[in-house]
Design a binder for this molecule. Structure first.
Ligand code: PLP
Length: 419
């Protein structure tokens, strides 16, 4: 089946009630047939529901559907995008390890990797996604992952997938790609050779700013990278915390299986069934919405590009943009609703953000409503001056998350605010 059909039907087999809509299984726990059944589930002799921190039927439908659309073999939904990223890192790393992370990433990812995991003894080394050849010099035998965004928030850098994947495969290192901004309808990192895809499903997937969520999708390549690889010895040796289980010996996807049985079990940043249900509704129309977001954003980027008061516009599908070549190579159907632009001064940036009516000042992206924000003082404000410069975020930068309102109305709104 094609993606749009899968987005509406995949993974849902109707129960005896025949409900057309996926039911919300709002439960904390599940009754076992008897104690033997319970112990069989815990020892993986049988698979089934144990407790909603680990699995839930509504969430499972969302996970299966999302994995199918991303081209993966398995997925785990989490409470938020940040918990998806953190869980993925913790699944691979322990104190003394390092990860190689793109410098142009969402502010939360930057503080997580640059500060929070550093306090746990995990080092972060940074690279430029648009020119990633230096990755090779950053790798050592303690490097556990290469982490980047397919389309970065808010600088809209398009990753050089071919180069990154080539280096990662040469050294047998797992790549983790945040595909939140591009969505699987514009970019498919697993098809491009990447191993793990993460999302903040709070954004385009939900689409209406209703629910927080995250998801981790495992590609088929993970098992091969993990099996017998000394870099990932904890997948290949008995896990004392799970009665000696060796994750790589299971007939299941290793990355998500360990993430579920160990990381989700212990950290508990699980998806709420109600949020999974909302995100299932969003997923049904994602492919339609992301094309509209992208169409509106391109028109607005062209309008801003021609405006005398705008110094620079970052949108990868502008022919003048430095990412244009990679955008036409790696993106299909558009370049999302996210764009950013530079103005003369900090004061001018704030004046424009405060001068719009339809664009609301909000720290979110991917909503059907148009949003405007000044990243340096909000979403990316906890980054140092150097980190901001490396991420391409100046204090004269304004970010738009272009919604799916009428585009002429949006352009008039910006025209008035810019003056
Ligand atoms: N990844 C990207 C690219 C984001 O833009 C965000 C949030 O804006 C996140 C991850 C974090 O997601 P969440 O807010 O769902 O934790």
């Amino acid at each position: 089946m094609n993606d749009q059909t899968n987005a509406i039907h995949f993974g849902y087999e109707k129960d005896s009630q025949g409900t057309m809509a996926v039911p919300i299984y709002m439960t904390t726990a599940y009754e076992f047939r008897d104690s033997l059944h319970a112990s069989n589930l815990f020892s993986l002799k049988e698979l089934g529901n144990i407790y909603t921190r680990l699995m839930n039927p509504t969430t499972s439908i969302f996970e299966r559907r999302f994995a199918e659309i991303e081209g993966g073999i398995s997925a785990i939904a989490t409470a938020s995008g940040m918990s998806a990223i953190f869980s993925s890192i913790v699944n691979l790393c322990e104190s003394g390890d390092n990860v190689i992370v793109a410098s142009a990433v969402y502010g939360g990812t930057s503080t997580l990797t640059g500060h929070t995991i550093k306090r746990m003894g995990i080092e972060t080394r940074t690279f430029d996604v648009t020119n990633p050849s230096n990755i090779e010099f950053l790798i050592d035998n303690k490097t556990k992952a290469i982490i980047f965004e397919s389309l970065s928030n808010p600088s809209l850098a398009v990753a050089d997938f071919d180069k990154i994947v080539e280096i990662a495969n040469k050294h047998n290192i797992i790549t983790i790609v945040d595909n939140t901004v591009a969505t699987p309808y514009l970019c498919k990192p697993i098809k491009l050779g990447c191993d793990v895809v993460v999302h903040s499903t709070s954004k385009y997937t939900g689409g209406q700013g209703l629910a927080l969520g995250g998801i981790i999708v495992e590609g088929a390549s993970c098992n091969d990278k993990i099996k017998n690889n000394p870099r990932y010895s904890h997948f290949n040796e008995p896990d004392e915390s799970y009665h000696g289980l060796i994750y790589s010996s299971l007939p299941f996807p290793s990355f998500t299986m360990r993430l579920l049985l160990c990381v989700l079990r212990d950290l508990g940043a699980s998806a709420s069934p109600f949020n999974s249900w909302l995100l299932i509704q969003g997923l049904e129309t994602l492919s339609l919405r992301i094309k509209e977001h992208s169409k509106n954003a391109l028109k607005i980027a062209q309008f801003l590009d021609a405006h005398p008061k705008i110094k620079k516009v970052n949108y990868p599908l502008l022919a003048s943009d430095k990412n244009y070549g990679r955008a036409t190579k790696y993106l299909n159907n558009g370049a999302s609703g996210l764009l950013s632009f530079e103005v003369e001064s900090y004061e001018e940036a704030l004046r424009i953000a405060d001068g719009t009516d339809i664009f609301k000042v909000v720290v979110n992206i991917g909503d059907s409503k148009s949003l405007i924000v000044h990243p340096a003082s909000t979403t990316h404000s906890q980054m140092s001056k150097d980190e901001l410069a490396n991420a391409g975020i100046s204090d004269t930068l304004v970010r738009l998350s272009v919604g799916i309102e009428d585009c002429d109305d949006l352009i008039k709104d910006l025209e008035k605010a810019i003056g």
